[in-house]
Design a protein around this ligand. Structure first.
Ligand code: FES
Length: 67
């Protein structure tokens, strides 16, 4: 079980949103911006400290990020 957790780190500690949740939302809903990820998952909407990581996940999945 700990393996699974290590592969699915919490990206947004404020709202306890995991990397997998964010990646899945991006893929399933075709999210393009940090704002859309925030609307969909609430990640990045509190302190903003995880926004850089969300950016990297968007870039990883979409190849680029619209700001
Ligand atoms: S860590 Fe994501 S909003 Fe604070």
């Amino acid at each position: 079980m700990s393996d699974i957790k290590e592969q699915n780190p919490i990206v947004c500690t404020c709202n306890e949103i995991s990397q997998q949740e964010i990646e899945q939302a991006i893929r399933d809903k075709g999210l393009k911006t940090i704002e859309e990820v925030g609307d969909e998952t609430t990640a990045g909407t509190v302190c903003g400290g995880c926004v850089d990581e969300i950016y990297l996940l968007l870039e990883k999945i979409n190849g680029k990020v619209d700001l």
